[in-house]
Design a protein around this ligand. Structure first.
Ligand SMILES: Cc1cc2nc3c(=O)[nH]c(=O)nc-3n(C[C@H](O)[C@H](O)[C@H](O)COP(=O)(O)OP(=O)(O)OC[C@H]3O[C@@H](n4cnc5c(N)ncnc54)[C@H](O)[C@@H]3O)c2cc1C
Length: 381
């Protein structure tokens, strides 16, 4: 049921047509090649900017589309529909850019936000390190104050858009003695600093066109104006404030991917026969699909509730953790069951369901693992 104001619905549907057109002309014909080369073409980012897909929820006064998180969900749904989550527009638009909208000083907003909508400045965020992921307070990267600069020393790993990012928000300890309370977020523009190095593109089980990488910071000097919000030691609070939205992004993608996997499977089982019957006509198949369809509808309703809260500026962090936990666990379970209905062909790379299965696995890990989601939910009970 669509409960949105008809005006908003109409505008979102018009935006959906734009996104669909972009995907049909620019993404679908290239995605296999991008998977093989382990990254999306930079030119595709520029074209996404020209089509109006980047910075869609950044206020218009900063060159953005002036939309809301609902516009972001349209992008996520349409990419999920073709089973291609590797093009990390959601990370750029709905995870990193909001840090600037929320926490940047007026001068920082003026300086950076207008560059986020063209595709010439791809965004990343670097929290995870080789030694720590779940325990953010244990990061070892430091940003030492030296005159009017910060000097960053350390290493990050598993960073999305790691090879392509032109601007990276880096979590570092500005006051190592204070654990979480001594973390700040610093803006690093790789093209403008010395001592920054990108490592190899990490080989993954799925999401092959996503350039996940290691990053090295060897006494990288950034001016004090690059401290997000211009007040030190606010990083942990900024992260805690923003991570619920990141979790909701992942939940939206999970539910949209469930819809896509289900459609793909229904179409396959109606076309293939065994024992002179369609696979669809076996009671087992219909029962499995009925359960999958039910889980998808439940997921849609729950995630929609969280999206509505977010759009109203009232996303409950505990609900966001529940949405991430439930949707990603269901997503993987559903794709695994769907793959089973394809028989041996489900395991072949050339069948989209196998890619969907490999891509689904990481959803339970990044943005906070399922175990960490349970910790967060449990603590609030
Ligand atoms: C494809 C991909 C893209 C990513 N992109 C980014 C990115 O752009 N930026 C970024 O900063 N990071 C990124 N990450 C990192 C991701 O967020 C981390 O992998 C994740 O948070 C888990 O951290 P970890 O890998 O260090 O696992 P660990 O923290 O070492 O956890 C290992 C296991 O222990 C469990 N565990 C840990 N603590 C507890 C606890 N208290 N109770 C119970 N169990 C626990 C975990 O749930 C997990 O099962 C990405 C990861 C992947 C795979």
């Amino acid at each position: 049921m669509n409960t949105l104001d008809p005006g908003i619905s109409e505008e979102l549907e018009a935006f959906r047509s734009t996104v669909k057109k972009f995907i049909t002309t620019e993404v679908a014909p290239n995605r296999q090649r991008w998977r093989q080369q382990r990254c999306v073409d930079r030119q595709a980012w520029i074209k996404a900017g020209q089509a109006g897909l980047l910075g869609v929820s950044i206020p218009m006064e900063f060159g953005g589309g002036g939309g809301s998180f609902r516009h972001e969900t349209v992008i996520m749904e349409e990419f999920a529909r073709i089973g291609f989550l590797d093009f990390y527009i959601p990370l750029h638009n709905a995870i990193v850019a909001p840090y600037f909208v929320r926490f940047a000083s007026p001068a920082q907003r003026e300086r950076w936000l207008p560059t986020f909508s063209s595709g010439e400045c791809i965004l990343g965020i670097a929290m995870t390190e080789p030694g720590t992921g779940s325990d953010l307070q244990a990061i070892r990267t430091t940003a030492r104050r030296d005159g009017c600069c910060y000097v960053i020393q350390g290493q990050k790993s598993l960073i999305s858009n790691g090879q392509s990012a032109d601007l990276i928000l880096v979590a570092a300890k500005t006051d190592p003695a204070r654990k979480g309370k001594g973390i700040s977020l610093l803006v690093v523009e790789p093209g403008k600093v010395e001592g920054f190095r990108r490592g190899r593109t990490l080989e993954k089980a799925g999401l092959h066109a996503q350039d996940t990488a290691e990053l090295f910071f060897d006494d990288v000097r950034v001016p004090e104006e690059n401290l997000l919000g211009e007040v030190p030691d606010q990083g942990f609070a900024q992260l805690m404030d923003s991570l619920p939205q990141e979790r909701l992004v992942i939940a939206v993608q999970a539910v949209a991917s469930m819809v896509a996997a289900l459609d793909e499977t229904i179409s396959y089982v109606k076309g293939r026969t065994a024992f002179n019957e369609r696979i669809f006509d076996f009671q087992n198949t219909r029962f499995v699909l009925a359960e999958c369809a039910t889980a998808t509808q439940v997921g849609k309703a729950f995630v929609e509730k969280c999206v509505a809260q977010l759009v109203d500026g009232q996303l409950d962090p505990s609900l966001a953790a529940m949405a991430k936990l439930w949707a990603t666990e269901q997503h993987f379970h559903l794709v695994d069951r769907c793959l089973q209905l394809f028989g041996g062909y489900g395991y072949l790379s050339e069948y989209p369901i196998s890619q969907m299965w490999a891509d689904a696995r990481v959803q339970r890990i990044f943005g906070g693992t399922s175990e960490i989601m349970k910790e967060l939910i449990g603590r609030g009970l």
